[in-house]
Ligand binder design. Structure first.
Ligand code: EPU
Length: 349
């Protein structure tokens, strides 16, 4: 195993930032992963594990070893007449997995079509869209513990999923690398389409009883109309989480802003559409240097070409301050800043 030195990460992050890794290696399978971890240890290098780089903001060149998970096998097991267990290596592209499962009549992932990133990164932020969260479909996650050199399997409860969050984002996971995910899928073509924008799109096409393929097609259509394709315009999807506020805070906001887009949460709390807040604060379509706020979705920050992670980080901070001042609401950033924040070095993005 010989990592490459001074390696451009431009094609390994969805913002397309042209930063360099001191060392870079792409591993296939657990043995190579073990070797790469050992290499980093022998060379006294920090280890940064990378999936498809769609949730990462590289703010400068990266010291140490950037390890990309390359393993891309998909296995499937029929558990009963109605149930499948699909096991995907961490390096499988997420959308390719959704397409593969649909084509082989293993249903459940349709609503999560076109989410950029790898299968291994999916449980870390508990990806979700159009009424479904990964947590609802996940059986377990296999990890490699770089401290002990052992592999472990965590069941869904142990993953501690919540909205865009899991144990993999905590200190407990700082030495773990996700190697495989196990999903519970169904042989029954019974899609979920209660999400308002999805329902509207299906109705507009006169589809009363959608099949999973219809849901897949319409999710792709909605996403393509709102969200920029990272291959064309660098971005990392939603840049902030939708903030969850107390019932009291929500009542105060509604008194001042009756139109505020929000959704009910447990115990009277509410999840506010951060895109609404950012648009109301005047940021939608804003451009500064080579970075900006997307024209169609204010929650998405974009690199028009030649921008830097630092410019994105500064813009994000200005947006955060402005939302705090206008609405007294805190926005939490979704993508991870590398190497400048203190998140676990050994988790996969
Ligand atoms: N809105 C605005 N202006 C905007 C954007 C949104 O006013 O510029 C308001 C509208 O009222 C709209 C509402 O916000 O109806 C919700 O917008 P949208 O349906 O686009 O969803 P979102 O809350 O902005 C979330 C996820 C997306 C996911 C969609 C669909 C988060 C942080 N984002 O976005 O996930 O695709 O719902 O389920 O939860 C991602 O995580 O990267 C991501 C793209």
């Amino acid at each position: 195993l010989q990592p490459q030195a001074d390696y451009s990460l431009r094609h390994h992050n969805s913002f397309g930032f042209d930063v360099r890794a001191e060392y870079f290696v792409c591993t296939q399978g657990t043995e190579q992963l073990r070797d790469a971890v050992q290499w980093a240890r022998d060379h006294d290098c920090a280890l940064h594990v990378l999936g498809d780089g769609s949730n990462t903001v590289f703010s400068s060149d990266v010291d140490g070893l950037v390890l990309k998970i390359g393993a891309r096998q998909i296995d499937s097991e029929k558990l009963s007449a109605q149930a499948y267990r699909v096991i995907a290596d961490a390096g499988v592209n997420w959308h390719a997995l959704v397409e593969h499962c649909l084509a082989t009549e293993q249903y459940g992932l349709e609503n999560l079509a076109m989410i950029p990133g790898s299968a291994g990164a999916a449980p870390i932020q508990n990806i979700g869209a159009y009424g479904i969260e990964l947590a609802q479909l996940l059986d377990s996650v296999e990890i490699f513990d770089t401290t002990s050199g052992q592999c472990r399997q965590l069941n869904a409860a142990q993953c501690q999923f919540s909205y865009r969050h899991s144990i993999f984002k905590t200190r407990a996971a700082r030495n773990w690398i996700v190697t495989r995910i196990h999903l519970n899928l169904s042989a029954a073509d019974k899609p979920c389409f209660h999400y308002a924008a999805l329902q509207q799109s299906l109705q507009a096409a006169n589809i009363q009883n959608p099949a999973s393929k219809d849901v897949f097609d319409h999710v792709c259509k909605i996403r393509s109309s709102k969200l920029p394709d990272p291959k064309v315009l660098g971005n990392a999807g939603s840049f902030f989480k939708n903030p969850i506020v107390s019932a009291e805070k929500m009542a105060q906001l509604l008194a001042r802003y009756p139109q505020i887009a929000h959704y009910p949460e447990a115990e009277g709390r509410a999840k506010i559409a951060a895109g609404w807040l950012i648009e109301q604060a005047g940021w939608k379509g804003y451009r500064r240097d080579a970075v900006g706020v997307h024209d169609n979705q204010a929650l998405v920050l974009v690199n028009y070409g030649g921008g830097t992670g630092q410019q994105i980080a500064t813009l994000a901070n200005d947006i955060r301050v402005s939302i705090r001042e206008k609405f007294d609401v805190e926005l939490e950033q979704e993508p991870v800043l590398v190497p400048a924040d203190n998140s676990p070095a050994c988790t996969m993005r």
